[in-house]
Design a protein around this ligand. Structure first.
Ligand SMILES: [Zn+2]
Length: 376
């Protein structure tokens, strides 16, 4: 049996369709334990994330690159990692991912992580930016007013996104994907903005969760005709997972088919099949399995297999959704390469797919689909 497709998958340059910077300072073990999980609490009863799926993956794939035995113990891994340090580890691992373009979401904890330009320099690639819709509103609200909010946000978003390749919506976190698909009216937006401003004054906290404003910022983004990434499914303890099934936003997808805006469904676990169905029926819907694959560790291949069941090969993208830890980048890229190579080599070996088709579709998924969707 040939190994050509496996080989291609191992070497092909990637576009990471959704990621964040790596941490820009040294970290202690407690911080590592939090960054290496979507959970918001340290493991209890003496347990460590290095004994969870992603930790097993890290000790299998990264340990040998640090001069350790494959599958070394959690403590051996941490001791060596601490000696090397966060910055040197990023410089070592990022270039090994083979990611040529990083599409970076800068809207989350941006003071703690490398900027897109710094990330590109460390990773030996280039970086482009995604603007987070809710963060943009939170940055401008204190210099706006209820009646001016709509116009001020339009101006602010246009300015913030002039060099960006797309947007990100976290309406799944702040409300749910079962949001009202109707574009809110100007008077509804002004009334909602007044409520939000009153809430900020009362609580001294700026966090956009008003459902009318979440819909407003989304529709404002649609008017730009740039791709909008949606957080879908799996995430930290802030989400209600049952409201993050992407089929709950089917009516919004119907209404945006001809808007000129592509909808990028991120992560998708455990709704990868639902996302695949949506990508199959709607011409402007794409998906990836970022984040989720790292956290399923040795079992990641089953997720990637689901992502290529029904979604057209021209609609599936690679992403790591790495945040903070260089290990998330390295493992995310390595296991996607491994799994997609194994899956597609299997199709070729069983004569279900021709080898030239397999090469073509693999190239699409590794980078061409991102090129097309984001007009890079
Ligand atoms: Zn992310």
């Amino acid at each position: 049996m040939g190994q050509q497709i496996r080989q291609l998958a191992a070497e092909i340059p990637l576009i990471d369709n959704h990621c964040h910077g790596t941490i820009n300072h040294e970290i202690e073990r407690d911080q590592y334990e939090i960054y290496a999980t979507e959970g918001d609490w340290l493991p209890r009863n003496g347990l460590s994330v290095l004994d969870e799926q992603f930790g097993v993956l890290t000790r299998a794939l990264v340990a040998p690159l640090l001069g350790l035995k494959k599958h070394c113990s959690p403590d051996e891994y941490w001791t060596r990692r601490r000696e090397i340090g966060q910055t040197a580890l990023a410089e070592k691992l990022l270039p090994l991912t083979g990611i040529e373009t990083f599409i970076v979401d800068t809207g989350f904890k941006s003071d703690n992580i490398l900027t897109p330009d710094q990330l590109a320099a460390v990773g030996n690639g280039r970086a482009v930016e995604i603007v987070r819709l809710e963060t943009a509103a939170e940055r401008m609200i204190t210099s706006s007013s209820a009646t001016a909010f709509s116009a001020d946000y339009a101006k602010y978003l246009a300015e913030e996104s002039k060099d960006a390749v797309g947007f990100k919506s976290i309406i799944a976190y702040r409300y749910g994907l079962d949001f009202d698909p109707e574009k809110p009216s100007e008077s509804e937006v002004a009334a909602a903005a007044a409520e939000w401003i009153a809430e900020i004054e009362a609580t001294d906290k700026i966090r956009l969760s008003h459902p009318v404003l979440l819909r407003h910022v989304l529709w404002e983004a649609v008017s730009h005709k740039k791709p909008i990434q949606f957080h879908v499914g799996f995430g930290d303890s802030d989400i209600n997972l049952h409201r993050c099934d992407p089929t709950q936003m089917t009516e919004f997808l119907r209404r945006t088919v001809d808007s000129g805006t592509n909808i990028m469904l991120l992560h998708c676990y455990p709704f990868i099949r639902e996302a695949g169905y949506l990508a199959h029926v709607f011409p402007h819907v794409f998906l990836d399995t970022g984040a989720a694959i790292n956290y399923t560790g040795p079992e990641h291949a089953s997720l990637i297999r689901h992502s290529v069941e029904m979604a057209p090969f021209g609609k599936v993208l690679f992403s790591s959704d790495a945040f903070g830890l260089p290990e998330l980048y390295y493992c995310g890229a390595a296991i996607w390469r491994q799994a997609i190579g194994d899956i597609m080599q299997g199709w070729v070996d069983s004569d279900a797919m021709g080898e030239s088709d397999a090469r073509k579709y693999l190239t699409w998924m590794a980078s061409e689909n991102a090129h097309r969707a984001y007009k890079l």
